[in-house]
Design a protein around this ligand. Structure first.
Ligand code: NAD
Length: 223
């Protein structure tokens, strides 16, 4: 069973695997909906862009598709310089049918410069403000704990925790500069405790800082 941690705003429900009808809940911002209700297929376009890290992975592609279907423009980021044709064609077809803008920006979430460049590029090439971020970039490892190599453990922390922090802060900087409210949804899987605590801390700071529109921060834990 998957779960969603609620850090501020209205509590969304996400049970089991990622479901299409979870899209509007993940991005609901108190009474204001960042991504609209999915009342009909290929509903009206909403004037926002959402970034998806790990956007060429299985969760990233699925969530990018959901966001497009809910009417958002989407910027996928991932490690390769360019997206693989097969995955991209599938997403492109969805974007074409919804009228959404779909773009790809290469990014290593563990590298601060790479993350900054990626969000600058995402912001400058988008027709609407970036108001959503879903972090899906992550790795896991299967190995008895007593034999687990420390380098691998450090790598997991670097990608899953530090990478999530770097992307969330880069997205928040853009939202705060543009004075728009937003919603950040972080994958909390192998490093759930760290990411959940990070989300609580960021939500407390960005949910109502008095100087900027609120940014909601939640986590989700699939599987
Ligand atoms: N798919 C599930 O049902 C499920 C369930 C539980 C946990 N998880 C965890 O969620 C995460 C994503 O799952 P997935 O199935 O989409 O995995 P995936 O391997 O299909 O996708 C992960 C993506 O993250 C990208 N990535 C890795 N390192 C990166 C870096 N340094 N910078 C930028 N991108 C990077 C990869 O290139 C890949 O495209 C993984 O950590 C996985 O362990 C997934």
């Amino acid at each position: 069973m998957g779960s969603v941690e609620h850090t501020n705003g209205t509590a969304p429900q996400l049970n089991g695997s990622i479901q299409h009808n979870a899209g509007s809940d993940l991005f609901r911002l108190n009474d204001r909906t960042v991504v609209g209700e999915h009342t009909s297929k290929h509903q009206t376009a909403y004037t926002l862009t959402a970034a998806v890290t790990g956007g060429l992975g299985s969760l990233g592609v699925s969530l990018a598709q959901t966001l497009l279907e809910y009417g958002a423009d989407v910027v996928c980021t991932d490690l390769p310089e360019a997206p693989q044709d097969e995955i991209w064609l599938t997403l492109k077809k969805v974007a074409d049918s919804t009228g959404g803008q779909l773009r790809y920006v290469s990014c290593d979430v563990t590298n601060e410069d790479s993350v900054s460049r990626a969000f600058e590029s995402a912001e400058s090439g988008s027709r609407y403000p970036i108001r959503g971020l879903v972090t899906c970039a992550g790795i896991s490892g299967r190995c008895p704990a007593v034999d687990y190599p420390v380098d691998k453990f450090r790598r997991i922390m670097d990608i899953n925790v530090t990478g999530t922090f770097l992307c969330a802060t880069a997205a928040a900087r853009v939202m705060q500069r543009q004075m728009v409210s937003g919603s950040i949804v972080m994958l909390a899987s192998m490093s759930a405790t760290n990411v959940n605590q990070l989300a609580r801390s960021l939500a407390a700071e960005w949910g109502n800082d008095g100087a900027h529109p609120p940014i909601r921060v939640n986590t989700y834990s699939p599987g």
